[in-house]
Design a protein around this ligand. Structure first.
Ligand code: COA
Length: 260
């Protein structure tokens, strides 16, 4: 049987993870969510990984949502378990010790938008369309969309998108801060790879601590968040990368980071 998630290591430091049910616009069923969870668990345990790109197979979709066929007959209890699975996968992506760039190659709707929102930031093809259209189906976001969308684009826009089921095209997604850049469809992976390569050239532990504190600090009072930053900042001074990074600057050469 074909894997519903593909993982290609394009360099020692960079992996491309692809949602792979293109005939169903990469709709998220239990099998795909399980494979996505396992893929990110494996990558997270690999100290060589510095950046991951997450995208969708085919020309049309990143993921057009949770699998409606699979959800249609769910009981309340099954829906609870499905939602909990989705939350677990999104947290796995969000808490990975490396940045995850979402390369949004088409529709990112419902659960697809929620998986995208678990990425650190997004680049969109000019064909992309994003949104939370669940109320069209008599349900609501269940993989963290109400919360992460609000944190990304602000509460007012999140409310409007969730209540109306409106989808936004790439240029509007850029305007409201849902994606960081829009590029011609054919250039999407090149753009994502360029940024991943740039990130992978930096001190891996330093980038990981930036990510940790950006997330951990977002939901606590500023003084607590600042204390987290101080803790991580100080910790990095016990690493070889700090010694190398500063020595290289003073010696006017490029740093050779080793991630330790
Ligand atoms: N769940 C299950 N199957 C899905 C799906 C989903 N969320 N989204 C698309 N598919 C399937 C379609 O059923 C179709 O399968 P089939 O060929 O076996 O009939 C296939 O993917 C292609 O989709 P299709 O609807 O024919 O493509 P389109 O280009 O005409 O329309 C969309 C694209 C995205 C507008 C449309 O597929 C859609 O509205 N999908 C649902 C979006 C949604 O509500 N997501 C939130 C779910 S909570």
């Amino acid at each position: 049987m074909t894997a519903t998630v593909l993982c290609e290591r394009i360099t020692t430091e960079i992996a491309v993870v692809t949602l792979n049910r293109p005939d169903k616009l990469n709709a998220l069923n239990a099998e795909l969510l399980g494979e996505l969870d396992a893929t990110f668990a494996t990558l997270s345990a690999d100290a060589n990984v510095s950046c991951v790109i997450l995208t969708g197979a085919g020309e049309k979709a990143f993921a057009a949502g949770a699998d409606i066929a699979a959800m249609s007959a769910m009981s309340t209890e099954q829906a609870r378990a499905f939602s909990e699975t989705g939350h677990r996968v999104c947290l796995r992506i969000e808490r990975a010790p490396f940045p995850v760039i979402g390369a949004i190659n088409g529709f990112a709707l419902g659960g697809g938008c929620e998986i995208a929102l678990a990425c650190d930031f997004l680049y969109a093809s000019d064909k992309a369309k994003l949104g939370q259209p669940e109320v069209n189906l008599g349900v609501m976001p269940g993989f963290g969309g109400t919360q992460r969308l609000a944190r990304r684009v602000g509460i007012g826009r999140a409310r409007e998108l969730c209540y109306t089921a409106d989808t936004v095209a790439a240029d509007e997604a850029l305007r409201i801060g849902l994606v960081n850049a829009v590029v011609p469809h054919a250039d999407l992976m090149t753009k994502a790879r360029e940024t991943a390569t740039k990130i992978a050239s930096k001190g891996r532990l330093a980038v990981a601590q930036c990510k940790r504190v950006l997330y951990a600090g977002a939901d606590v009072p500023l003084d607590v968040a600042n204390a987290l930053e101080t803790q991580s900042f100080a910790m990095l001074f016990g690493t070889k990368d700090q010694a190398e990074g500063m020595k290289a600057f003073l010696e006017k050469r490029k740093a050779a980071f080793t991630g330790v």
